[in-house]
Design a protein around this ligand. Structure first.
Ligand code: AMP
Ligand code: MG
Length: 411
């Protein structure tokens, strides 16, 4: 199964959670907006000045580019928060600061730096130094009253929180947080604080899973390490059904081995076991499991430390965000030349750990790490991006364009 098919098959089955709650604006960061926000006001409310200077009527200072000068009397001042009460008269101007309401009858602002000279009473200007509309912000140019300011499904970012504040909105309806339970499976796993006996490894996946879920903004419920034992697995899945909307597991979904995970998962609901044409992260389980009247979506991810992260980001992430009610989940792809050659087999999508860099001319380039083993977590830690090599693609020559997903974004 291709990566895209797997993603579509998952999205087709999932139904976003419906429950909402009201949160205060500061607590809304990272939450999923539940309802469209219609702007109750114009932002800004009035035409206002974009500069410090003098507000006047363009017709009073002659033709644009005309020769000569004109002197205008200063009739008063308009300050931010303290509007000019009078009405503009011919031959006059009003001292104005940035953000102050444009006085009635004025249609432009001459900025301070274009003034020839000024005293407390008069200003001397060149003819036609600005035209009508210059240096003014129009009422409603940011947001118009009655228009949709933010759409339901948006994951709120800093600018959205500020935008809501600019509308005077102090609390918003958001989807309740998605609850995601997670656990690791494997007899070889040791928890932190335990002795590392021969042949054992520390359970790192539970920590990467917890960290990835926390970054997604969901409520993460840690169900611990589960032994390769049918009763223990069943108990963990049952608890997940009771406490969570979705369960993410690591390990035990590949064919063979002493893994009972597949068996138990299959018994407890409708779960499909896939071999996805991807690397890393080939085996994966998806479906729903039940315990009594409760059920939860199940994402059974592979156990290898890099594979679990790649399958989480490239397959489970969009699905979990969709479940959480988010409508704009897709990660942006950047296209840039690859430095060095890459080995790639056609017939599977490869996600290689990469390093973004600049060449001497300041252009972006990406280089792949030499070590692409699915157990080498260090390379995931050192990388700052993932290079996506499409299903059909073969080897990549030096300088060929490739798609890249960045690990970090600005907002
Ligand atoms: P599995 O998918 O269960 O066959 O595991 C594949 C490989 O990943 C094995 O080498 C495991 O030891 C390793 N592995 C599985 N789960 C974890 C984990 N939670 N933390 C670190 N390594 C793991
Ligand atoms: Mg295992």
């Amino acid at each position: 199964m291709r990566v895209e098919e797997a993603k579509q098959a998952i999205l087709r089955r999932l139904v976003p959670i419906a429950e909402t709650e009201h949160v205060e604006l500061r607590a809304a960061l990272g939450r999923v907006l539940a309802l469209d926000i219609v702007s109750p006001i114009n932002v800004p409310q009035h035409d206002n000045s974009a500069m410090d200077g003098y507000a006047l009527r363009a017709a009073d200072i002659g033709e644009l580019g005309g020769a000569g000068e004109i002197t205008l009397r200063i009739a008063g001042e308009a300050l931010a928060g303290r509007p000019y009460a009078g009405v503009h008269g011919a031959g006059h101007c009003v001292l104005i600061t940035t953000g102050a309401v444009l006085p009635k009858g004025c249609d432009c602002v001459v900025p301070q730096e274009l003034v020839l000279s000024a005293s407390n009473e008069v200003v001397r200007l060149a003819h036609g130094v600005v035209k009508a509309g210059a240096n003014c912000r129009r009422a409603g140019e940011d947001l118009r009253a009655g228009s949709i300011a933010l759409s339901a499904g948006k994951v709120l970012r800093p600018a959205d929180v500020g935008l809501l504040a600019s509308l005077g909105i102090a609390a918003v309806a958001v989807k309740r947080r998605l609850r995601v339970a997670f656990f690791s499976t494997g007899d070889e796993l040791r928890s932190l604080g335990q002795d590392l006996e021969p042949g054992c490894v520390y359970d790192s996946n539970r920590y990467t899973l917890h960290a990835m879920l926390a970054r997604l903004g969901v409520e993460a419920i840690d169900l611990g390490v589960v032994r390769d034992d049918p009763a223990a697995l069943q108990a963990a899945l049952e608890r997940g059904c009771r406490e969570a909307d979705a369960i993410v597991t690591s390990g035990g979904v590949s064919v063979g081995a002493a893994d009972h995970t597949r068996e138990i998962m299959a018994q407890m609901g409708a779960v499909d076991f896939w071999k996805i044409a991807m690397r890393p992260g080939r085996p994966m389980a998806f479906g729903s499991v039940n315990a009594g009247t409760k059920s939860a979506w199940l994402f059974g991810l592979p156990g290898n430390p890099v594979a679990v992260m790649v399958s989480f980001y490239l397959i489970a992430r969009d699905a979990l965000l969709h479940l959480a009610g988010a409508s704009d989940a897709a990660l942006p792809l950047l296209r840039m030349p690859c430095r060095g050659t890459l080995r790639k087999k056609p017939g599977r999508t490869e996600f290689q750990r990469g390093m973004l860099m600049c060449d001497d001319a300041g252009r972006s380039r990406v280089r792949a790490f030499d070590e692409q083993g699915s157990g080498i977590l260090r390379s995931m830690s050192e990388a700052n991006c993932i290079i996506v090599l499409e299903h059909e693609r073969g080897d990549v020559a030096d300088g060929e364009d490739v798609d890249v997903i960045l690990f970090d974004g600005l907002v």
